[in-house]
Design a protein around this ligand. Structure first.
Ligand code: GLN
Length: 226
């Protein structure tokens, strides 16, 4: 894979979908969050300026492959499928998919989703899990918040989404509850164009620094209260 022009110009371009609090979201017109802070630390280590490109989640891998972005940082779970298209850095966070339902819902477990209409964000691991539901109907949205809004409005029965954004969305909307023990653990990493080992090594070195110095935990703690 060739080096991107952006990288040569001293600007490091991060692709993300800034609809995923607390990992990336807008605050006062600026993209903030755990991934944004990690990426800023990486850029700083490399002596480069970070530029964040906000796009649909399911466009991030293509942006990385085409060189439009140097890397993708978007609470992105490492999966076998994605490893066929991109390389991943060392992992920096654990997560899992959870089910959000309305209080009093008859859905108490993943099995109870059989025959239900489930909302997800397009192209996410939640989308893949929803696809496997027996006799289920999947409604795909561009933003997790839109799926949650559809649930609030009784247009769908449940939402499958990552645990941390789920916490934020449940806190913002009354009458929602989360089923936390439905699915397996996942791990987040930064996606890079296949074969871009130079940047991969730099990113992994920065991630190691962040972990060893305690800075990573500091960043996480500044966005997630225990
Ligand atoms: N972790 C999920 C995935 O990788 C969702 C990420 C996101 O919506 N930003 O598919």
């Amino acid at each position: 894979a060739e080096e991107t022009e952006a990288a040569e110009g001293g600007v490091l371009v991060m692709a993300t979908n800034a609809e995923f609090p607390p990992y990336e979201y807008y605050e006062g017109g600026e993209v903030v969050g755990i991934d944004a802070d990690i990426a800023r630390a990486i850029a700083e280590d490399m002596g480069m300026e970070l530029k964040i490109e906000d796009m649909a989640f399911d466009s991030i891998i293509a942006a990385v492959q085409s060189g439009k972005a140097d890397f993708g940082a978007a609470g992105m779970t490492v999966t076998e499928d994605r490893l066929a298209s991109v390389d991943f850095s060392d992992t920096y966070a654990e997560a899992k998919q959870v089910i959000i339902v309305k209080e009093g819902s008859e859905v108490k477990s993943a099995d109870d989703l059989a025959g239900k209409t489930v909302g997800v964000q397009l192209g996410t691991t939640g989308d893949i899990l929803a696809d496997e539901i027996e006799d289920g109907t999947v409604e795909r949205y561009n933003k997790g918040a839109e799926a949650v809004m559809a649930l609030v409005q009784d247009k769908i029965d449940a939402v499958i989404i990552d645990n941390e954004p789920a916490k934020v969305f449940v806190a913002e909307n009354e009458g929602l509850v989360t089923i936390d023990d439905a699915y397996e653990k996942e791990e987040y990493a930064i996606a890079l164009d296949k074969g871009n080992t130079e940047l991969l090594e730099k990113i992994n070195a920065s991630i190691k620094n962040l972990k060893d110095s305690g800075k990573l935990q500091e960043i996480i703690d500044s966005y997630i209260s225990a």
